[in-house]
Structure formats: C-alpha cells, structure tokens
Design a protein around this ligand. Structure first.
Ligand code: ADP
Ligand code: MG
Length: 258
C-alpha cells in the first residue's frame, strides 16, 4: 500500500477535486483505493457519500480515540449518483476535526496517529489518498508523516509561488529529509492564458524533475460533476478532461511504483 497526500496550504487550488477524480480513475483501473478526508470543511465527504454530512464514524473519531474507533470502523464505500463505486472507499470527516486535533496536543506521538492507523489496513488497499486541509496544522503534519508522496496542485491564479517554497520546507522538516518525493502539477490550466502560463513555467523551472507533464484543464464539467455529487467519470463519461485525470493517474502510479 502506498499513501499519497494531495496538499497545498492554499485553499481553492483543486485539492479536493483532484482527490475525487484521481481516486475514481485509479479505482476504475482496478486499484483498491481509500480516500481520507482531512479537511473539516468536508467537501470530499459530501461529494463521495451522496450528500451526507453526518456519519456514524469519521476520521475525527479515530483521532479522538483510535482505541474506541479504529480506522476500519470509519471506512465506507464511496458512492456516485446513489451507487457504490467499485474499488473505492472513503473515510469521511466532520466539522469537529480541528477541535479534536487541537485537544490531542497532549498525546505522545500525536503527529503519528494517522500513520499508525494506516499500518493496520496496509493489506486492504493499493493506494490511500489524503485530502489535506488548507493549512499546515497538526492534521497536515499527520498527513505528512503518513505519506510516501505529495501531490501539489498549483492553479492559474498562483501569481506567487512563495507558498510553495514554504510548503516544501515544511515537508523536508517533517520528513527529516532533503529528498522528499513530491510532484507539482498545474490545475485549471487554460492554454489561452499565455502570460500566466509563461510566468508559471519560469517559476516552476527550478523544480526540475518535480513538475508533472500532465496538466488538468479548466473545465465546467469538473465543477458541475462535484456540485451534483458525482465523479466526473460518472457524470460525463465523454468529458475531455477525463483524459487529463487518466494521464495524472499514470504519472502518479509511475512515481509511486504501484
Ligand atoms: N480543473 C478544473 N476546472 C474547473 N474548475 C475547477 C477545476 N479544479 C477545481 N475547480 C473548482 O475550483 C474550486 C476549488 O476546488 P477544490 O478542489 O475545492 O480546491 P481545494 O480543495 O484546494 O480548496 C471548486 O469550485 C472546483 O469545482
Ligand atoms: Mg478541499
């Protein structure tokens, strides 16, 4: 089992959208996939559970007491348009997550709670994808400890990549390594935005080998699918954007070795 964290402390860059459609693509290709919602805003949970926002067990319960609620209890089948998605499971979150995590400050190894839980289900899934919150909180540190690789979406509005340098610093610090396995990709890519594209290309050039060839185009289909509680694959099988997610899945699998 390999763990991928989709991470960027900036909000609105496409983390959740990427988790939804990348996981759907990987499951479609036969991989056993688990997604974990680590953002108390719970967008991922809502979309992949058919609009639910209260759950019998959630990742919050696991962080609160993994003894009372081991992660297995909080895992359910993901759904799209009322039907279970084969090979895709979700561990949902709820709005209490930030508070519960803050309260765990006195626990020893509090930044390894998720890592420990994932060890227990290592043979059940091929790939676990973490949807991180838009900050570098203890929740994100748990994701960093647990992840084998980091996938960082950058959007067209990123006039400054200062935040990216901060994120990479944090990853190196938490991993205690200068060789963190991460990959950056452009989300909401629009060919016509030449000025922005040239600027970002220049900025990203210094990250040689860490920028994926795949870009995810800006497309109305993507937002429409999420709003209607579906994966893009399910909502519009003819969408051209699906080719982008397929390409993303291929590159990610190569880099993760799965
Ligand atoms: N490729 C895309 N094309 C069009 N809209 C997108 C695309 N990716 C994301 N969005 C939209 O951008 C908004 C923010 O995306 P989201 O995945 O919620 O970001 P984050 O999780 O990083 O906060 C959402 O409304 C989403 O539908
Ligand atoms: Mg999100």
């Amino acid at each position: 089992m390999k763990t991928l964290a989709v991470i960027n402390q900036k909000g609105g860059v496409g983390k959740t959208t990427t988790v939804i459609n990348l996981s759907a693509q990987l499951a479609h290709e036969g991989k056993r996939v688990l997604v974990i919602d680590l953002d108390p805003q719970a967008n991922l949970s809502v979309v992949l559970t058919g609009g639910q926002f209260e759950f019998e067990h959630s990742i919050t319960d696991v962080f609160e007491s993994s003894k009372k609620c081991p992660i297995q209890q909080a895992i359910m089948s993901a759904q799209s348009n009322g039907e279970a998605i084969p090979n895709l499971c979700i561990c949902p979150t709820d709005i209490r997550l930030s508070r519960v995590i803050e309260q765990s400050l006195t626990k020893v190894h509090r930044e390894r709670i998720l890592l420990k839980q994932l060890e227990a289900i290592a043979s059940d899934f091929d790939i676990v994808i973490l949807d991180c919150p838009p900050n570098l909180s203890l929740t994100s540190v748990n994701a960093m400890m647990a992840a084998d690789m980091f996938l960082i979406p950058v959007d067209g509005g990123s006039f400054s990549l200062n935040g990216l340098a901060d994120l990479l610093d944090a990853l190196e610090e938490v991993k205690e390594s200068e060789h963190v396995n991460y990959a950056v990709f452009r989300n909401e890519f629009a060919k016509a935005n030449k000025l922005i594209n040239n600027f970002l290309d220049e900025q990203l050039a210094s990250l040689e080998g860490k920028v994926l060839a795949t870009t995810i185009r800006r497309s109305e289909d993507v937002g429409q699918a999420s709003v209607s509680g579906q994966t893009l694959l399910n909502y519009k099988p003819s969408s051209l954007t699906l080719a982008d997610y397929k390409s993303l899945a291929k590159e990610v699998m190569q880099r993760l070795n799965v």
